[in-house]
Design a protein around this ligand. Structure first.
Ligand SMILES: Cc1ncc(COP(=O)(O)O)c(C=O)c1O
Length: 416
């Protein structure tokens, strides 16, 4: 359920017409619906309301301060993967005891920062990271609370670039290895073992890989408890898919039912790290048509948003629905919607049927709230777009468009 709808012929975000936003804020521009963000967070969180749990939004999906602040006000925490994300989370007012820290390559500086902030838990991904965190915690006169990220070797049946729970992926520690690592962690003076963590991939549209992973984790937890290692927290990561096109992912309630069934009798606090399912369909990318062009074999619609603004189509071949923000009865044409970047891989849609568009028309690239702005870059020296949060009939620019000055900030020409 989201709040991007046509009223008569105009596409609205809540009660604000997107055409007005394009005129007043400019394009390209990310637009988020407050009501949708609020609804999606609550639906996910409430699906687990019968058990002790913490919903730690995976802020790599969308790290705008206004959005993090909203989830924090709803009782949520965040899953971070860098010192920069920790900084943003704290700026957004997320309490440190609601922050978990994942990622295979935490630097010493990042570890120190997280230790000083006293975050809830490090999700450790290798033996050497365990030793490093223990060493840094000792140095800083503290104890790090930790879980080990276990790689359960299950196939999430998603795009290979966003599959993380297979042996061949760089993430986590395999189950046998994890038993040895837990034994080692128990010997270390400056870490406190709190739990088990796992994240198998993103955009999962089937529940069975989650259940398979959980069955394996359960066996591991029983073995750990037999070794006298208590598991206070079980972090099940994120990964629930959304509808971009024709997918039919499980509803958060189905996901919760399947998980809770599998966990019956276990008394740990659950942590979840949902990203896409909360924000994906709560945001769109608004863009304007610059030119149309016919070549011998194709028709192109050239828009002012490119792969630097929304990388997913170029990186994964992802589908995003594209809607004109004002409906027309012009004839349907099959076109490639492409950006201004000097790469043939710069496209938002290929071979797409769209009502004929003209320069100046605005298009909404749907389902762009997750891994949209956060993956954007300055490639081709393009300032990054603005971000707007719509609430009812109001809108707030929650990130202003970068300027050309911003593009060169921090650079200098040395005297050689
Ligand atoms: C460790 C971890 N947790 C959570 C997520 C969020 O995944 P999703 O956006 O599919 O929910 C990711 C995404 O890659 C991740 O790497």
């Amino acid at each position: 359920m989201h709040h991007f709808r046509f009223d008569q012929d105009e596409l609205y975000c809540e009660k604000v017409p997107l055409r007005r936003l394009a005129d007043q804020v400019g394009t390209p521009c990310y637009v988020y619906s407050h009501a949708t963000l609020n609804h999606h967070f609550r639906v996910f969180d409430e699906a687990f309301s019968n058990v002790p749990h913490l919903t730690c939004f995976a802020m790599k999906a969308n790290s705008n301060l206004a959005i993090l602040n909203l989830f924090g006000s709803l009782g949520g925490g965040v899953d971070i993967v860098s010192g920069g994300e920790l900084y943003r989370a704290r700026k957004a007012g997320i309490p440190a005891d609601r922050i978990v820290y994942s990622g295979v390559g935490k630097t010493i500086q990042e570890i120190d920062y997280a230790l000083k902030e006293n975050i809830l838990m490090f999700n450790i991904e290798s033996d050497l990271e365990l030793e490093a965190i223990n060493q840094r915690a000792g140095e800083l006169g503290t104890r790090a609370r930790i879980a080990l990220r276990v790689n359960p070797d299950v196939d999430p049946k998603t795009h290979p670039y966003i599959s993380t729970g297979l042996k061949k992926n760089k993430f986590g520690i395999d189950i046998e290895g994890a038993l040895r690592s837990y034994a080692r962690a128990m010997e270390l003076e400056h870490v406190e073992v709190l739990g088990v963590d796992c994240h198998i991939g993103s955009q999962l549209t089937d529940i069975s890989p989650f259940v398979d992973a959980l069955k394996r984790l359960r066996i591991l937890i029983e073995r750990l408890e037999a070794m006298g290692i208590p598991v206070k927290y079980l972090d099940l990561g994120g990964g629930l898919g959304i509808v971009y096109d024709q997918e039919s992912p499980p509803h958060p309630h189905e996901y919760a039912d399947a998980i809770l069934r599998e966990l019956e009798g276990l008394s740990c606090t659950l942590i979840f790290e949902p990203g896409r399912v909360i924000v994906g369909n709560a945001g769109i990318l608004l863009t304007r048509v610059l030119y149309t062009k016919k070549s011998a074999s194709k028709d192109f619609v050239i828009v002012d948003a490119g792969m630097n603004d929304l990388l997913r189509p170029s990186l994964y071949g992802s589908y995003h629905q594209i809607l004109p923000v004002v409906k027309s009865d012009r004839e349907i044409q099959v076109v490639d919607v492409v950006g201004p970047i000097c790469e043939s891989g710069d496209f938002l849609a290929r071979e797409r049927g769209l009502p004929m568009v003209l320069p100046g028309d605005c298009l909404a690239v749907m389902s762009a709230g997750a891994y949209g702005f956060t993956m954007s870059s300055n490639y081709n020296s393009r300032p990054r777009s603005s971000e707007v949060l719509v609430k009812d009939d109001h809108y707030f620019v929650v990130r202003k468009r970068e300027t050309q000055e911003d593009l060169v900030r921090g650079e200098w020409i040395p005297t050689l």
